[in-house]
Write a protein that binds this ligand. Structure first.
Ligand code: SF4
Ligand code: SF4
Length: 405
């Protein structure tokens, strides 16, 4: 990432950190208690994942939400395409899981436009130079206001002043026009309550309220998002909000447990009152069960992004240290399971300094630095390591010094 963009990102991170510090100062005990509760909720989930998957399938079906299990990204894409193949345009809200399967490019190649509705995501969708989000909740954190105004002006072919409200209005008007033509909305889910058959989504902009009210609502989420109950799910998303934004609660928490329906006319059940006639949950494995075997800790993640804010490597490289919106060390470790060894290596496996700051900042204590160390060992055994490291190691063995003469 360019220096000016890194500087904008660091400024944005520092505002976020100040807000978090103030919140922690005022509510330390409550946050600590919530953090302990969420750790045990997440540990229960990954220890009982198969049981939760079965329960979710049963309960969502009873609630009239269609469940499709996708063992791979390709399967998820095929299933989505079967539903949307006749649609020219689809609305989408922020979702790392949707980015993970590469839906935007896939649909574009099929001639279907996918419109990002989150303001930050829409900005980076319009910017040809940006390779992805720089923070899970603030995707355009690396762009300053002048750059955003330039991107918007180029896109709309007219001057947009470098003023926050003017930019917001221009982008909102454009997205709203596009959304009015959509019959299908795609979102992720921040947490899934298996025993209740409920999907929990958090947002600040209100965009999920619009995207999830189209005739068909497709939800793409990893099996790692499953927890037992709505109460557990709300605890998870509350902790995620605190660590991601420094705010105690998000503006909106949507709990979706069925398509829109009414039985107000002689108890005759009709679907699609104001909201969707169909809600379809695509539950994605895509390597998560593989991670569960030896690296189950990776699946504890609640996606708050707290680990990247203090990461020294992320702060000098940006989103290039990570994989497709899964940023920093956590993203690198996860990429090993959702893709392959080579992608994990290319995402920056050997760039990490092993400082452990990510572990200290993680609300659920994922030891990302230790996972990276284990993955590196495996990578070296497979012959995949930076050759310079081998030369240095040999110099130390031969001359007792890492330095060249
Ligand atoms: S251990 Fe690695 S991934 Fe974690 S903060 Fe340090 S450099 Fe970043
Ligand atoms: S690894 Fe921890 S700090 Fe990083 S995104 Fe996941 S839960 Fe948040």
């Amino acid at each position: 990432m360019e220096e000016s963009r890194l500087n904008a990102m660091k400024r944005s991170f520092s505002i976020l950190e100040d807000r978090k510090k103030r919140l922690f100062r005022d509510d330390y005990e409550c946050i600590n208690e919530l953090s302990d509760r969420v750790k045990s909720i997440r540990k229960y989930s990954i220890s009982n994942l198969e049981e939760l998957i079965k329960k979710a399938e049963k309960r969502f079906t009873e609630n009239d939400i269609e469940v499709i299990f996708a063992e791979s990204a390709d399967k998820a894409l095929d299933e989505i395409y079967k539903i949307v193949k006749d649609e020219p345009i689809i609305g989408k809200s922020k979702s790392n899981t949707v980015n993970e399967i590469g839906l935007s490019t896939f649909l574009m190649n099929k001639g279907i436009e996918l419109v990002e509705t989150d303001l930050g995501d829409r900005i980076i969708q319009l910017d040809e130079e940006t390779k992805g989000p720089s923070h899970p909740i603030g995707p355009a954190a690396h762009l300053n206001i002048k750059e955003i105004a330039r991107i918007a002006s180029q896109k709309f072919g007219e001057f947009i002043a470098p003023e926050a409200r003017a930019i917001l209005d221009a982008l909102k008007n454009d997205v709203t026009k596009r959304l009015s033509k959509c019959n299908v909305g795609i979102t992720g889910a921040n947490s899934i309550a298996a025993e209740d058959g409920s999907l929990i989504m958090v947002h600040n902009e209100g965009n999920i309220n619009i995207v999830s009210m189209k005739e068909i609502h497709i939800v793409v989420a990893g099996i790692d998002k499953l927890v037992r109950s709505v109460e557990d799910a709300i605890s998870v998303v509350k902790l995620e909000t605190i660590f991601a934004t420094g705010k105690k609660v998000p503006a909106y928490m949507n709990v979706i447990s069925s398509p829109s329906k009414t039985a107000d006319i002689e108890q005759i059940l009709l679907k699609g009152m104001y909201g969707p006639k169909r809600v379809i949950l695509i539950l994605l494995d895509n390597g998560r069960r593989e991670a569960l075997k030896e690296y189950d800790e990776c699946l504890l993640c609640i996606g708050c992004g707290s680990c990247i804010v203090s990461c020294p490597v992320y702060n000098v490289t940006g989103y290039e240290f990570g994989y497709r919106g899964y940023l920093g060390g956590r993203g690198i470790t996860f990429s090993r399971f959702i893709t392959d060894n080579q992608t994990c290596f290319d995402s920056g496996l050997f760039q990490c300094t092993e400082c452990g700051l990510c572990t200290l900042e993680c609300p659920v204590n994922i030891k990302t630095n230790e996972i990276i160390e284990r993955l590196r060992r495996e990578s070296v055994e497979k012959g995949k390591y930076p050759k310079k490291h081998l030369e240095t190691a040999e110099r130390i063995k031969e001359k007792g010094s890492p330095f060249e003469d």
